[in-house]
Design a binder for this molecule. Structure first.
Ligand code: TRP
Length: 334
C-alpha cells in the first residue's frame, strides 16, 4: 500500500488555546501533511480533556475553540473529517473491549501515570493521590481512538509516542488473541520541533513556563507580551550583540528570511533601538498570524457554523466507526 492509500488520524485535547509555537510546530505541518493521505481524521479529544477540565461550559468552549483554531488555520473539512470524540460513542464501546485484553502492567508503565506517581512521591502524598481511572486508562481510550478508524499514521508530539506504541501493541494483542486481522497496526509520525520558537524569557515556549506568545491575540495583547522580552541596556547607536539575544531569536523564528536578514544587518551596524525591534516584531506577528486570528474570531462569533461542520464530520466518522465496531463485535462473539 502506498502512502496515498493510507489513513492519517490525530486528536487534540481541548485544554487551552494555542501559541505561535504550536502553530509552527504542529498545526501548520499537520494541515500540510493531510494532503499526502487518502483519508484523514482530526478530532477533538474532549473525553481525554475531561480528566482535567471538569466544568461543562468550559469544556464546551474549549472544544469549539480547538475546532475554530484548525479551521481558521486552513484545515479543509471537505478533505479531513473533523469531529468531537464524544460525538462518536462507538469509541467507548471499543475501549471497553480493549480493556479486556490490555494487561494492567502496560498502564503502570505509561509515562503520564508514572509522572503523576513521581510527583506524589516527591510531595510525600499517597502514590495514587489525584489519579483518576481516566488518567490511568488514558492510553486505552487513545488506542480505541486510533484503531476504530484503522489509522496507519498518527502525527503526534514526542510526548505521545509511547501512547501510539501502546495502541500498536494493543492492536497486535487483539489480533493475536482473536486470530483476526481486524485492527490495523498504527505508527507514530513524530513531529520534531524543527521550528521551535523560544518563549519570551528565552526558554522553550511552553504554557508551563508562562512565556508563550498566543496565536490569537489582539495587537494590544501581543504588544504586552512583546514588552516582557528582556533586552540589554545598549544605546540606540551601539551595534547589538546577537549571540544570546532573545528578541532576535524570536524574530528569526517567526519572520520571513529576508526580513530577518535586513533586521540583522541593521542591528549589527548599530543605530536601531530595541523599541523599534519590538515594533517590528509586532508587525511580523500581524502579517504572519493576523489573517488566522481574524478568521478564528469570525468562527468563534458563529458557533452554529462550527457545530454544523462538526456534525457533518461526526456523521462521516460514525459511518467508519460503526463498520469497524460491528466487525470487532463479530470477532469477539458479541
Ligand atoms: N493524547 C493526545 C494529546 O494529549 C490527544 C489524543 C487523544 C490523540 N487521542 C488521540 C492523539 C489519538 C492522537 C491520536 O496530545
Amino acid at each position: 500500500m502506498n502512502q496515498e492509500q493510507k489513513t492519517l488520524l490525530t486528536g487534540i485535547k481541548p485544554t487551552g488555546t494555542p501559541h505561535v509555537g504550536n502553530f509552527l510546530g504542529a498545526i501548520k505541518p499537520a494541515i500540510k501533511m493531510v494532503h499526502d493521505y487518502e483519508k484523514s481524521f482530526l478530532f477533538i479529544a474532549d473525553y481525554h480533556a475531561l480528566n482535567t477540565v471538569q466544568d461543562g461550559a468550559r469544556l464546551h468552549d474549549l472544544s469549539l475553540s480547538i475546532a475554530a483554531t484548525w479551521l481558521a488555520c486552513g484545515l479543509d473539512p471537505s478533505k479531513t473529517v473533523l469531529y468531537r470524540q464524544s460525538a462518536v460513542p462507538e469509541v467507548f464501546e471499543l475501549e471497553t473491549i480493549l480493556n479486556a485484553i490490555t494487561p494492567k502492567g502496560w498502564m503502570n508503565k505509561a509515562h503520564a501515570y508514572k509522572a503523576a506517581l513521581d510527583v506524589n512521591e516527591a510531595a510525600g502524598r499517597d502514590r495514587d493521590d489525584g489519579v483518576s481511572m481516566g488518567l490511568y486508562t488514558y492510553p486505552i481510550l487513545m488506542a480505541a481512538d486510533i484503531l476504530l478508524y484503522s489509522a496507519d499514521i498518527v502525527p503526534v508530539g514526542k510526548d505521545q509516542q509511547q501512547h501510539v506504541e501502546i495502541a500498536r501493541d494493543i492492536a497486535q494483542r487483539f489480533n493475536h488473541t482473536f486470530n483476526s486481522e481486524s485492527l490495523v497496526l498504527p505508527g507514530a509520525f513524530i513531529q520534531e520541533e524543527v521550528e521551535s520558537v523560544p518563549g519570551v524569557d528565552g526558554r522553550k515556549m511552553s504554557k508551563s513556563y508562562d512565556n508563550v506568545i498566543p496565536l490569537f491575540a489582539t495587537n494590544d495583547e501581543w504588544k504586552k507580551v512583546i514588552n516582557r522580552i528582556p533586552t540589554d541596556s545598549s544605546s540606540v547607536e551601539e551595534p547589538k550583540d546577537l549571540s544570546n539575544c532573545v528578541i532576535f531569536d524570536i524574530f528569526k523564528s517567526l519572520a520571513p528570511v529576508d526580513t530577518t536578514e535586513a533586521l540583522k544587518a541593521r542591528l549589527e551596524a548599530g543605530g536601531i533601538g530595541w523599541g523599534e525591534v519590538k515594533a517590528q516584531l509586532l508587525e511580523v506577528l500581524e502579517s504572519e498570524f493576523g489573517q488566522y486570528r481574524d478568521r478564528y474570531n469570525e468562527f468563534m462569533a458563529n458557533p452554529a457554523e462550527i457545530e454544523r461542520i462538526l456534525a457533518e464530520g461526526a456523521a462521516q466518522a460514525k459511518a467508519v466507526a460503526r463498520q469497524k465496531l460491528d466487525e470487532v463485535r463479530t470477532v469477539i462473539g458479541a
